[in-house]
Design a protein around this ligand. Structure first.
Ligand code: GAL
Length: 415
């Protein structure tokens, strides 16, 4: 090779290297997906970001949303932002958007026709402030599910339950065998359980009237007295000394056959899948606890805190688009137990639970806002603490809890 050719080749390889290096931007991503199923799902996102030419730096925060949320928010407020972060649809990022700390995604959202493609519309609407889009919804997760291990019931000589009412009826037989009918985790998981019981026993409309419209009179009134009585009865399904710290430990008790059922969001499905159990064969997922099939429009969204480095900014925009590509939506949501945000994807590998969820979302359309979309974080924490108390102290009276619950609803700020 002549000198001229050699230097031309060198120049080319240097510029290719530079272009390559410019493309492989590190992007630190915070999230609270640390259970087995969650880790398997988020690995699909990491793989896709890496395959797009950038580098996913994993910033997992153990201990679920209640632990991660304040850490994430204070890092951004404190001037130490990550490249991208998971949060929930609702009001998690209100303050950060107001302070101008989040990247405006409107241009790529418009170019990618997110508004036409993504459903339900509530999710993108929740990312929109003053006409500008600040987050990308990646899935729809609902909380209204009861999970049962079939073998636990058949071993006890009973049919696997079709609803929470069946579980209540079956409970004595399970207890005789030393099996906890309903496994439970503390904190927000108790709130989730009670929300689901209210929906099952009082109906979606009454639940929304209380949580969204702040109908404190309904919450304090005779209809809810009945509901709280039933919640008190459901408390006897739980072994109060066996309340777990983390939600996935409670799901684990069902998987290992130490408990018959758990009430948890559809992300629990990821745990059963990691345990190689088959929906509709080894375990069942019953939307609306088998009584009132409905799903809320909770889920996960990604925000991209403002970054002055143009390479990071470009990587952020690319990541937002990558998370919504059909292949990534399928790979992630199949493992996560959630529903994809776009209907135009290949779901031939959907399991029984995903099919049930899609049926509700796309056909029966009984959807409701998630509690995070209706109430502020503070009130939600207060409700979680109150209910954890109720479930861990069997002598606490349903009527007392009802009164305190109604008081929190009455005092919750309008959103
Ligand atoms: C929710 C989140 C889900 C899920 C769950 C438990 O807030 O939306 O993706 O993983 O927490 O960690």
């Amino acid at each position: 090779m002549g000198l001229k050719k050699l230097s031309a080749a060198l120049a080319l390889s240097v510029s290719l290297f530079a272009a390559g290096a410019a493309r492989a931007t590190d992007i630190e991503v915070t999230h609270w997906w640390t259970s087995g199923g969650e880790a398997a799902a988020v690995a699909e996102f990491a793989k896709a970001v890496d395959a797009s030419g950038d580098h996913w730096v994993d910033g997992a925060i153990a201990g679920s949303g209640d632990v991660a949320r304040p850490i994430i928010i204070s890092r951004i407020l404190g001037g130490n932002p990550m490249g991208a972060t998971q949060l929930n649809p609702g009001h998690d990022a209100d303050e950060l958007i107001k302070a101008g700390l989040m990247t405006d995604l409107t241009e790529i959202a418009t170019a990618g026709k997110w508004n036409d493609i993504l459903r339900p519309k509530t999710q993108l609407a929740g990312c929109t402030v003053d006409g500008k889009i600040y987050c990308v919804p990646v899935n729809l997760h609902s909380a209204q599910w009861m999970w049962t291990n079939r073998k636990v019931f058949t071993d006890a000589g009973i049919e696997p339950p079709k609803s929470i009412a069946d579980l209540i009826a079956d409970a004595p037989k399970l207890k005789e065998k030393g099996i906890q009918p309903l496994a439970l985790a503390q904190g927000w998981a108790v709130r989730l359980l009670v929300n689901d019981l209210i929906i099952a026993f009082a109906g979606v409309d009454n639940y929304v009237k209380v949580m969204k419209d702040r109908d404190a009179a309904l919450a304090a009134g005779p209809e809810f007295t009945k509901v709280f009585q039933q919640i008190g009865d459901a408390r006897s399904l739980v072994d109060t000394k066996a309340i777990t710290k983390q939600w996935n430990e409670a799901v684990g008790l069902v998987i290992s056959g130490k408990a018959g059922a758990n009430i948890m969001g559809d992300w629990a499905g990821g745990e059963f899948q990691v345990a190689k159990m088959v929906a509709g064969k080894d375990y069942d997922c019953l939307p609306g606890l088998g009584l009132a099939p409905a799903l809320d429009t909770g889920g996960d969204v990604f925000f991209f805190p403002l970054n002055k480095d143009p390479a990071v900014h470009a990587a952020q925009l690319k990541m937002a688009q990558t998370l919504l590509t059909p292949e990534v939506q399928v790979a992630f949501n199949l493992k996560k137990g959630s529903l994809p945000m776009r209907p135009d994807v290949d779901l031939s590998a959907a399991n029984d639970c995903m099919k049930k969820g899609l049926e509700i979302l796309d056909h029966s359309k009984v959807t409701l806002p998630s509690d995070r979309q209706m109430l502020d974080g503070d009130s939600l924490t207060q409700i979680g603490d109150l209910l954890t108390d109720f479930f861990s102290k069997p002598d606490m009276k349903p009527a007392d809890v009802q009164a305190k619950f109604a008081e929190i609803i009455k005092n919750a700020p309008k959103m």
